[in-house]
Design a protein around this ligand. Structure first.
Ligand code: PA5
Length: 456
């Protein structure tokens, strides 16, 4: 069962003038071949590619810790942001019941999962109101060990736990996932004897879902992490193919970078499944933070937009059909949904409504995806469909690796470093300065010097 990409509608033969010609695509193949070589040459530094293969003992430890948490916790709270939060959210939404947290314990596939992913004071207070500290285990995740948002979330949890149970019991209620050497969290983890997992070297935040960052929350919630890794391995092998036409990630990257040259500065990802809604959030970070870069004097990148089928047919699709040719649309389709739901007969006297009865919601959502694909195509907009035979642990592993590798190949084709994030770091440093962290006085002065506001 493997996912596939139908890119017919990226080509001018389907969409006309705004599309990519067969010659243009073939003309990029030599650059594609170079991208394969340069990515292979980086294999030692992009260790996220090894994750499907080199975590045997770590996976066993994750499963043991997860079993312990599942036996005693009613809530599992991930403290983290960005690459330390979006993957766990996406995988949970994809593979567990859509209303997991609302289900009674016996119907739920593990404890309730909450992921902080922000520092909004209202939501933070609300989170600490809904959990019962007695039956909650926290997992603080930060690669750098110093992100202000995560540290603020951690301080809140630690204070509560220390006040209620004493420092000596922190280790029963708090798990750390961080770099093995760098940052503050590793020091805290050692001081309090916390169960600790490491984010391996060469695995950046947005590429970390397949290491303990994502695997521990998934395993705690009963997800088959072996299958996720198997799916990722399958996709990694497919995407190492020298035959470009059989290499899905490279083809994705070639098509998108060619589209960018034609002015498609926006890349919409539109899953037709609520289960994949937050996969689009995860993609948005991966694509934006990896590819939005300076290349000498030039600026490159493609703005990711998240949409949901069919919901956004009633919101954004008008723009996608009749609006400017500044975007590509990637549909995420699902061949077999995990349930079949028949639309019942209830108003047979009204033929304009009754025609729906007897069909299934499965048929309805699939017809709407095909209809939207057609409408977008005949209006001349480049689009493609990534098709999942079914949403399961294996295909989600494939999907994660497909997008990570497509991003990596796009980075090679664009000639930028897909693994740094100087713009994000600048924001982090400014936050330190504003909140009075020692060593950031010059940054604060810089900010004050440019602080004259124009308001109306
Ligand atoms: O991809 C990245 O590196 C970032 O988006 C990080 O995930 C995010 O800034 C959180 O960083 P950290 O895990 O160090 O707390």
């Amino acid at each position: 069962m493997r996912i596939s990409i139908d890119y017919t509608n990226m080509l001018s033969s389907a969409v006309g003038a705004a599309g990519i010609t067969a010659e243009e695509l073939r003309g990029e193949f030599p650059r594609g071949a170079e991208a394969i070589s340069s990515l292979r040459a980086k294999r030692d530094s992009i260790r996220w590619r090894d994750l499907p293969y080199n975590q045997g003992a770590i996976v066993e430890r994750i499963k043991a810790v997860a079993a312990d948490v599942r036996a005693r916790a009613e809530s599992f709270v991930v403290l983290g942001i960005g690459g330390s939060a979006l993957g766990p959210i996406a995988v949970q939404q994809a593979l567990n019941h859509p209303f997991h947290n609302e289900l009674p314990r016996e119907k739920r596939n593990g404890p309730r999962l909450y992921v902080a992913d922000n520092v909004d004071p209202e939501r933070m207070r609300a989170l600490f109101e809904v959990i019962d500290p007695e039956t909650t285990v926290f997992n603080v995740i930060t690669k750098s060990g110093s992100t202000s948002e995560t540290m603020a979330q951690l301080l809140t949890a630690m204070r509560m736990l220390v006040d209620l149970y004493g420092e000596e019991h922190l280790k029963d209620r708090l798990i750390a996932t961080t770099d093995s050497e760098k940052g503050n969290l590793i020091g805290i983890a050692k001081q309090y004897g916390l169960t600790t997992f490491f984010v391996p070297e060469g695995v950046g935040g947005r590429f970390s879902e397949l290491c303990p960052v994502g695997l521990l929350p998934a395993a705690v919630c009963g997800i088959d992490i072996d299958e996720m890794l198997k799916g990722a391995a399958l996709m990694d092998e497919l995407c190492d193919n020298d035959n470009i036409e059989e290499n899905p990630a490279l083809m994705y990257a070639l098509l998108e970078t060619l589209a960018m040259k034609k002015g498609a500065n926006i890349g919409v990802l539109m899953p037709y499944a609520d289960s994949l809604k937050y996969f689009a959030d995860w993609y948005a970070q991966l694509w934006a933070e990896s590819l939005g870069k300076r290349r000498g004097e030039e600026r490159v990148g493609q703005t990711p937009v998240k949409a949901l089928g069919v919901t956004d047919q009633h919101s954004q699709v008008q723009l996608y059909t009749d609006g400017p040719f500044d975007k590509t649309i990637t549909f995420l389709g699902v061949e077999n949904y995990r349930t079949e739901f028949v639309i019942p007969h209830a108003a047979d006297d009204y033929p304009n409504v009754a025609f729906l009865s007897g069909h299934t919601f499965n048929e309805l959502i699939s017809a709407e995806r095909r209809a939207t694909e057609h409408a977008v195509t005949v209006s001349g907009h480049m689009n493609k469909t990534v098709l999942l035979p079914e949403v399961n642990a294996n295909t989600i592993g494939q999907l994660i690796m497909l997008f990570e590798l497509a991003t990596a190949y796009a980075g090679e084709l664009l000639g930028i470093d897909a693994y740094d994030q100087p713009g994000v770091e600048e924001g982090k440093n400014m936050t330190y300065a504003l909140l009075g962290k020692k060593g950031y006085e010059a940054k604060l002065a810089e900010m004050k010097a440019s602080s004259e506001r124009k308001t109306v």
